[in-house]
Structures are given as structure tokens and as C-alpha cells.
Design a protein around this ligand. Sequence first.
Ligand code: SF4
Length: 258
Amino acid sequence: MDIPVVFNIQKFSIHDGPGIRTTIFFKGCPIRCLWCHNPESQRYYEESMLDNDGNVISCGKRYSVKELIKEAEKDIIFYDQSGGGVTLSGGEVMTQNIEYITELVKGLYYKGISVVIDTCGVAHYNNFERILPYVDRFLYDLKIIDNIDHKHYTGVSNKLVLENLKKLSDAGASIDLRLIQLDKINNREEDTDNIIAYLKDNNINLEKIHLLPYHKFGSDKYDRLNRSKTIFETPNNEKLQETKRKYEYAGYTTIIGG
Ligand code: SF4
């Protein structure tokens, strides 16, 4: 079986789903968001980058399913106390070898460990269907509602993202919608109105909406990978609160942050 590459295992994570979680970041993503704060997550293979001191380090490691489950099990006591578990993130976990991911998700599920999937939605729906019965929640990113802007800033259309979101909702999945907030790019009044209209028109059921203000952490990684970077602006607090009020008025529980 083709074994995916992991570039980070984050313990005691509190922003990747309910409770205290272990977040496993898989390397490889089908899209290229210009604001990505983990550019080392984008390629599907191990690569070299510089560390903070300018030393060459290797990024990415392959683990067997057994090894990852063993690692996750170490913190089971914290998951039980906090209602946490394991989050599979990326890159894009849903575009990794789905046999491997299904085995991992099922393995965690049968150990009684809650599984959350963090996804940008750009993957075959069949892959979602495979793991759906064993997943507690999806953290589902919608980057930009305007399709031309989505293509411009990520390199791909948002058609599949919107289709998969509807299919997951229709299938009864528990979903938190995560909306990165990039000032004047995807948080103008018409963007919020269009997202709400899409959610209403398609009867999308959400647990919550998370507004994730853009941050510049990680921009140094582009230099350390010898890649060019684009810097965006973060909306001010007033704008974030205004956007939050709009979603709440439309009936969605909305929080600022992960
Ligand atoms: S989907 Fe996530 S990992 Fe992929 S490029 Fe966008 S921000 Fe980066």
C-alpha cells in the first residue's frame, strides 16, 4: 500500500475540533492557496527546507497505520477527559491513499477514539463516503464563494467544494464550516451574503461557523523553502464582529477563531 507522508504530529491541539486532540498533518494538497501558512504541506513527498537557524532539514516521514494509532493512543486519557480525540489534517487528507486513510480512521474508531477530518473539500466524494460512518465531525473549509476569485487565489474552481459540502450535509455529517477571513478578498458584504444564500438554498446543516482571521505566521517558511510568497491583510476586529453578526442573524452559531 502506498504510504502517505506526514509532516507534523501536533499533540495537545485545542483548535482542531472539540477537546484536546492529536492532529496528524498529511503532506500533499491538490490546491495552492496563496495565503497557505503551511507551504511545506503542499507537495506529496518528503522535501528539504531550512530550519530557523539556516540548517537543511528533511520535512516529512512515512508511518504505518499501526504506528500512528500507537502514537495517538498515548494521549487517550486526555481525549477522554476533554471530549477530544484525533484530527486528520494536511495538506489535504482526503486526497491521500484512501485505503490507508480508511484503515487509520476505522482503527481509531474501534479503539474508541473520536476522529475529526479537516478538509478543503477538493477530493472525490467517494473518499468521503468511505470514512463517513467513522468520523465525528468535518472541519470544512470554504475559501472563497466567488468562483473566479477562488480560481485566482487557489488555482482551482470551488465547484467540487460546494458539491461535496452539500453531499456531506445531505448524508447527515456533522460539519463545522471554516471561513478564512482575508480583508477585502473574501469578507466583503456581498461575499457573506452569497455564502449565506448558498447555505440556505442548499439546506446545509452546520454545527458552527468559524471565522478564521488570516495571520502571517508561517510566511517565513516560503523563504525557507525558497518559494515566493504573497502577503494578505487581516480584517480588523470591527469587520470581524460585523461578519459574525451577519452569520448569527442568519441563524448560524458563529465564533471567531478555531
Ligand atoms: S488547502 Fe490548506 S494546505 Fe492546501 S494550499 Fe490551501 S491552506 Fe494550504
